[in-house]
Design a protein around this ligand. Structure first.
Ligand code: ACO
Length: 329
């Protein structure tokens, strides 16, 4: 039997500034009642100009490494899931430097709100093949920097944050019980952070495009429909492959996009609402950070205990989605 993996530490970090529903009513035509009843959100944390994705990620990473009981020098690989790096060339190496993971190779992975799940599954491949022993997976996004703050249909949803887990090789059984990743590019237009062309003629027949990125555009209804259809299906597949039934799941840990999506998925899976891990009221949708942020809060609160079975799913732009079932600790 090959090597298995266990998730042995988690950590998180969020900016200190809190943008409330009340604040949003001063910016766009909306209300606390509309936002809360449609999404379950009350607050979101917003990065100040002084804060960076790399710094938040480094804090989350240090907490995760401390919980795992290893040192940064023991980390072999760092995968940073983000769509909003500080640097378009990637921010994983910056994090490596900030935490002193001198023996690690580091790279970014982009899959929007599925990013953390995709990075976790990627980490498992390196661990199971025996290539690496200790992998740090970070999910972090500062979507506040790319939101159209005049678009009430999307600006109320997003917040900033970072979360991290340490995945370790284990000889006594694989604690990642099953996983799957999926994409459907035919619905790519539902959620985008597009490049914006700005033509700049250089010489004669040669023109370059030196633009920037447009704010997020989203068809909320489409994304909602996609999520409530695909997420239960992905978790059912993962349960089937792990030979588990709904009753065997201790915690449902979904990407924190909308409380109504989480409730609908739980209902479809016959998992009681009391098993949903949610911190959406405080953080909103933090994209690639949302799953490790919610996991970290639940672990530190003593809710998720060693040996608990957690079913998780990430979904979002791409469109992309994924699921995994693991035993914590
Ligand atoms: N305040 C008040 N009214 C609003 C607001 C707001 N903030 N936003 C939209 N409305 C209005 C609309 O204009 C519309 O008015 P109309 O009927 O007069 O046209 C009405 O409210 C209903 O709008 P809907 O879009 O139908 O509202 P819905 O119930 O679908 O909820 C929401 C919208 C919350 C965005 C929901 O569709 C949703 O959560 N979708 C999923 C979005 C998501 O999760 N995106 C992120 C994915 S993760 C990633 O990859 C980044």
């Amino acid at each position: 039997m090959g090597a298995g993996m266990a998730i042995t530490g988690c950590g998180s970090a969020a900016p200190t500034s809190v943008l409330t529903n009340h604040h949003l009513t001063q910016m766009v035509e909306t209300s606390d009642d509309w936002i809360y009843t449609r999404t379950g959100m009350k607050n979101r944390h917003i990065a100040s100009p002084m804060e960076s994705l790399s710094q938040l990620s480094a804090t989350a990473a240090k907490n995760a490494i401390a919980m795992a009981g290893i040192s940064a020098a023991n980390i072999d690989l760092i995968i940073l899931a983000t769509s909003t790096p500080d640097d378009l060339f990637g921010s994983a190496c910056k994090i490596q430097g900030l935490i002193g993971a001198t023996n690690a190779v580091a790279f970014d992975l982009t899959a929007a709100c599925s990013g953390f799940l995709f990075a976790l599954i990627t980490a498992s491949q390196f661990i199971r093949t025996g290539a690496y022993r200790n992998v740090l997976v970070v999910g972090a996004d500062l979507l506040s920097r790319w939101v159209d703050w005049t678009d009430r249909a999307s600006c109320v949803l997003f917040g900033d944050g970072a979360g991290a887990v340490v995945c370790q090789r284990t000889k006594n059984g694989d604690r990642l019980l099953s996983s799957g990743m999926y994409s459907d590019g035919s619905d790519n237009n539902s959620l985008n952070l597009h490049y914006q062309n700005d033509d700049r003629p250089l010489v004669e027949d040669i023109t370059v495009q030196q633009g920037t990125y447009q704010p997020i555009t989203m068809n909320g209804k489409e994304v909602y429909r996609f999520a409530v259809a695909k997420v239960p299906e992905a978790i059912e597949k993962a349960m089937f492959h792990a030979n588990l039934k709904a009753d065997d799941i201790d915690w449902l840990l979904l990407h924190q996009a909308n409380q109504r999506i989480m409730d609908a998925v739980a209902k479809r899976l016959n998992i009681p609402q009391s098993k949903i891990l949610s911190n959406i009221a405080e953080y909103g949708n933090t994209s690639a950070a949302s799953i490790p942020l919610a996991l970290d809060a639940a672990v530190r609160a003593g809710k998720v205990k060693p040996g608990d079975t957690v079913a998780t799913s990430g979904f979002g732009a791409g469109l992309s989605w994924g699921s995994a079932i693991f035993k914590w600790g």
